[in-house]
Write a new protein. Structure first.
Lengths: 279, 279, 279, 279
């Protein structure tokens, strides 16, 4: 598995270059960032050289398409997608991710039909550039009633949705936080195959009743109560070999310097990977 | 357009042979029935000869798969589907239909995902036998709250679902009753293309406020308040040339003889087709 | 059916505006042109006003994606497609077409697999903008051996390919020239349904043995030997209501003025539509 | 990885029970057999108990559908498929495989389109029962010209075809013999992900020029010239954890007893797995 960073959890980063430097300095393998912006800034060749000299790969880009609003918004996003996918491909990145809100103001069944079509269309474009689409189910309970109608939030529902979308390049973004807040176990991971997982997020949860865990109040890996050793071991055992990227969403930005936060992240990764018995 | 009969509205029919005889006697063009049963009873060749001698085609078969319950039930139905499809194909029938209940006890979004996959699988099998799948949206208001969660019931939602299912052989079963109870107009029909319509049902509604119209309390064409002339003209104008089959669901079976009900059906068809100016 | 013009057959047109003016002046209903270029030049609103004031719609755009070469070329085209589709949609155009060369220098089976994926991806993007993709089979015999390996050129093969592509918005561009050079009859048209036809081309062929008919040596409708009255009647009977666009490919550009050629085109359309008994 | 047996290479087996007993006796983990026949013979529960008591799982069933001939033959097979899939599912089997002949008497491009549709329909049915479809590319050179037109035989072509089929449950049957006869290396395996591989065959080739290797003249693993240690290590490194099943096609049935052949198979497996450093 590859150790990855996102900018969530590193405080006041100046820019993607800053993220890349810190990731390299603290021995991470991958960074999640906006490939299109990087390619636009440096050009494809220089961007690849920069990544290579830092010993980094790009783990995943975010899906630059708003698929939860109206058709016009969706179509505007779709116009941007091929370019974003081409930029990711140019950097050797094969992952693009988006998250699923557990409730919606739309009529749930109709929105599911619309979103199925839209994500299929996104996946189809991504496939043309050799990129997979990861869907992140979101577990925290408070979000299940945040909007008018319940949507979906469990692993099983998400796998069923992925089957409904029916594009071979769609899979899971598997996040330890949502695994935990859904009350799942290591056995649930054992039932997956590595081909079902596009990307992995890692982070930790406070020691409060699981129903009260808030989505944007996360801890660094190993600083909370999630069985991250079991989580990592489970993924390793089924043969997952992709990135495990830290994503620490917090109510406000951490005040520590990005350097200190990156060092802390490295220490946290070392701790949980060692606990899991994975090099 | 072809004038069609189903057994709904013909009272105590003895069997499909009875339906076929009455359809032929009263100058209908098509009948909706269980093709597999007919082929099993007569054999393929004799069944076709019988249909031909009666001047009839088979309009549509019903989808013999329960896609609204659990996986096991669905799989059991799926095992029957290729045979049913082969029988329909053997009789020259190119349509298979099912209806969509406007509410559900399942979680709506998850059920939409599951049902999308299941209907795609049905459609895929039907396609192998040259058969299209028609989905009937169901308009009566009382059914929208009959089960726990609202599902879908409008034309627009159904077209969006058909796009989500994403199999080229899926379209609408367009029923005058659901057109009426959804408050739709002739202009809504004009926006359709004939390729979107797999099959058509015709029947009429009582003169009560539209919110109070009951699904199983239908009238014969022309005996109620639906603008069936407009309905037929609308379909004719966009180029629809398939069957228009009567389906009169009633609280209890009509007491008149099937012969009388068939004669009444013919008179009703004559009336509304004449009013529409269609031969 | 709508009478349509393309720029093929109108000689030295100055630009699309010229095409539009002549189409309007000679009572055509639709023009095939580059929607993106028109929208870029005039803006969406002015473009629509211009079309409306001329009594025109846009029949079809051409697929701006090279799907017959390598992946890079294809991806570059794909990056342009959403914008082109959005422009077509902005003008109310619902058709996008491409043609199939009857032979190829690629290994035929592998190229069929690649092209299936590529056209599906194109179709998926077009669907997001409400646009259908029309595939034109190409009949002239000399093209069947023009490149190393035979590909496909018949109606049946093309319908089978459309089924393999498996996107609901893909259908035929049905061209009278290819109908003729494939030795097809009016009965072959009767077996189609209007939903299978995205777009229609009309033109005529010289009185030479059908095996010697050249793809780029076409005549104006009615000036050759194709049974265009039967062709149009066949399409009308199955309920086709879309555009029938003239496309006169010739060895060199006609020397007559665009005005004269447009007048001649109108006279030709009048003749064949009258012969077909269609207003 | 699981060590698996098929009946190819065990000589004059009496029946599937015989295969199962020998597989168990010689410490194999899985057998490839006709699940439907086993379930029909013993019933679902007894069949599962028998497998469990023997320490076996069912690796894969063969696709019981002839997709290379005409529509009628295909449809007849399709009628059998749901039952076969249900039987496999009842035994916990998640794989169904078929092979691709490298040449064909059909027109290659048209046949590719037809076969794409047919295999998609098979895959869709299998998906309803939780089963994946493995496609085996076939490398021996003599088969590339065995029939009139070249079809496909390389890994790359097969992956492109799998993308054209576009069902998420379709992947490769990866056979060491076809890897070897296509001149592939361990690096080619490293480029795959485990989700792309449905099933694996192992066997060995005679020491003749690779162009002369015959498809039905195979050796037991380790008795020939294929780098099976590299093959297995490559699969292990990418995380493949499924069955590796022996399939020894020979010009005539081996004369040794099934017991001797099973013992020899075990010794061969021990040798190549040890050489690969895999337990």
């Amino acid at each position: 598995m590859l150790r990855g960073l996102t900018n969530a959890g590193l405080g006041a980063l100046k820019n993607d270059e800053h993220l890349m430097e810190l990731a390299s300095q603290y021995s991470f393998d991958s960074v999640d960032l906006d490939a299109n912006s990087l390619v636009s800034r440096l050009g494809k060749d220089a961007a690849n050289e920069r990544l290579q000299s830092l010993g980094l790969t790009v783990g995943s880009i975010g899906l630059p398409v708003e698929w939860r609003a109206d058709d016009q918004k969706f179509q505007e996003g779709l116009e941007q997608l091929p370019k974003a996918a081409a930029a990711a491909q140019a950097l050797g990145c094969t992952r693009c991710c988006t998250y699923i809100l557990p409730s919606t103001d739309h009529a749930a069944a109709h929105f599911m039909a619309l979103a199925t079509t839209r994500l299929r269309q996104c996946a189809s474009i991504l496939a043309a550039f050799g990129i997979r689409l990861g869907l992140e189910f979101v577990g925290p309970h408070h979000l299940r009633t945040q909007w008018k109608n319940p949507f979906i939030w469990t692993l099983e529902e998400t796998l069923d949705w992925i089957q409904a979308i029916n594009e071979p390049n769609v899979g899971l973004l598997f996040d330890a936080y949502h695994w935990y807040t859904n009350g799942m176990t290591v056995e649930d991971i054992a039932r997956l195959s590595p081909g079902q997982i596009v990307h992995v997020h890692i982070n930790d949860a406070k020691d409060v009743p699981v129903e009260q865990v808030l989505d944007n109040d996360r801890l660094y890996p190993g600083e909370g109560v999630i069985d991250l050793a079991g989580f990592l071991r489970g993924l390793h055992r089924i043969g997952y070999q992709g990135p495990v990227a830290q994503e620490i969403l917090t109510p406000s930005q951490p005040e520590d310097s990005p350097e200190d936060l990156a060092a802390r992240s490295k220490a946290c990764f070392d701790q949980v990977f060692t606990a899991a018995g994975i090099e």
